[in-house]
Design a protein around this ligand. Structure first.
Ligand code: UT7
Length: 333
């Protein structure tokens, strides 16, 4: 086969050691373990506690984990795309710093932001670079230090989010494996329902914005939930239909981990059995750009060469979509 496809050839991941359990959240806000578990599926999340360490720290650890596992020379990496909604700082690109720190000195780098769909959209971007034939090793990282933008007195957000990072390497494939199709969507109607009001160009930081807690994430959970359930299920169904896939053809659903009920609704719509749905939300909560690569990292040993995987995500903006990918290797773990 002559056409170059873009395949994932390695994964890496990292979560900080500190565990924030539902029990501890019960002491911070008016909530309880039973409510959080039944409404979201989350039992605990990881938090990066060390002062002075930002999203780059998480991303660097995940990238180093990949480099070590795959035994590659970082100098061979052509580009680094860092998917994140929580960059280290507003202007200097976090991905550039990460690339330098991991020794990817021949790469160019930048950040990609599409809220919780950042990594999914990044998969499309990374693949396009590889398919173009211009670049051979594209490192795609999803990393978020969500704890830096969460108000731990707001029970509608603090129970959901956690910190983490994951990375994958995209390389050319000549057996037709890797990314097969994508269906990516966005709709500005979502801007009102999940956002950080201040610190951007519309409402720059001021004493007032800090006092009003406008630098934290605010969401209308119910509305986001409604859009997420139909959005993620619709695109997953659509991508299967247009690739003539029936449920028996699908080996795995790798879906954004925002709420267990949203994932279950997607799996139900496409008729997938529970054992084909990768889940780790109970351990990490919603790590925004890191959920998809953290799933690949945790379940890598189950994935087999040729497996058909549906990736799906939904996030702020709104942004959402699905990707159909054929897994390209058997892990030797
Ligand atoms: O990654 C993409 C972006 N985010 C998402 O996809 C998140 C989407 N939204 C959600 O996951 C859910 O909407 C939440 C988990 C945020 C909330 O769950 P819900 O089932 O939509 O709850 P709700 O907001 O409809 O609230 C139901 C009840 C309310 O009480 P009343 O009015 O029925 O008496 C809330 O006040 O639960 C109450 N409640 C809580 N109770 C205990 C809301 N948050 C909590 C809480 N603990 N943390």
């Amino acid at each position: 086969m002559n056409k170059i496809t873009a395949a994932i050839t390695a994964t890496g991941s990292y979560v900080p050691d500190f565990v924030l359990s539902n029990k501890v959240l019960e002491t911070l806000v008016d909530t309880n373990d039973e409510w959080i578990t039944s409404r979201t599926g989350i039992k605990e999340r990881r938090i990066l506690k060390e002062e002075g360490q930002g999203t780059s720290y998480l991303a660097i650890q995940a990238a180093k984990n990949l480099i070590e596992k795959a035994n590659i020379d970082p100098k061979e990496i052509d580009m680094v795309i860092l998917c994140t909604a929580t960059p280290d700082m507003l202007v200097a690109s976090t991905g550039v710093y990460v690339a330098s720190q991991i020794g990817a000195t021949n790469a160019f780098a930048y950040d990609l932001q599409a809220a919780c769909s950042s990594f999914l959209f990044g998969m499309s971007t990374a693949s396009a670079y590889v398919e173009s034939g211009k670049y051979k090793k594209v490192l795609l990282i999803g990393a978020d230090k969500m704890s830096s933008i969460i108000d731990y007195t707001d029970r509608s957000t603090c129970i959901i989010f956690g910190d983490g990072a994951g990375a994958v390497l995209f390389e050319p494939n000549h057996e037709g494996l890797g990314l097969q199709d994508e269906f990516l969507r966005s709709d500005g109607v979502g801007r009102e329902f999940l956002k950080i009001d201040a610190g951007g160009s519309i409402l720059p930081s001021s004493e007032e914005t800090v006092k009003n807690k406008q630098h934290f994430v605010h969401q209308d959970g119910k509305t986001v939930f409604k859009y997420a359930v139909s959005g993620m299920a619709d695109v997953s169904e659509k991508i299967m239909e247009r690739n003539n896939l029936v449920k028996e053809d699908i080996n795995w659903l790798v879906a954004h981990q925002a709420n267990r009920r949203i994932i279950d609704a997607t799996a139900n719509r496409i008729g997938l059995e529970e054992d084909k749905v990768l889940i780790n939300i109970e351990k990490y909560g919603n790590t925004t750009s890191a959920t998809l690569p953290l799933l690949l990292g945790d379940f890598e040993s189950k994935l087999k060469k040729g497996d058909n995987i549906i990736f799906a995500a939904f996030g702020g903006g709104f942004t959402w979509g699905a990707i159909y990918l054929k897994w390209a290797y058997n892990s030797n773990k």
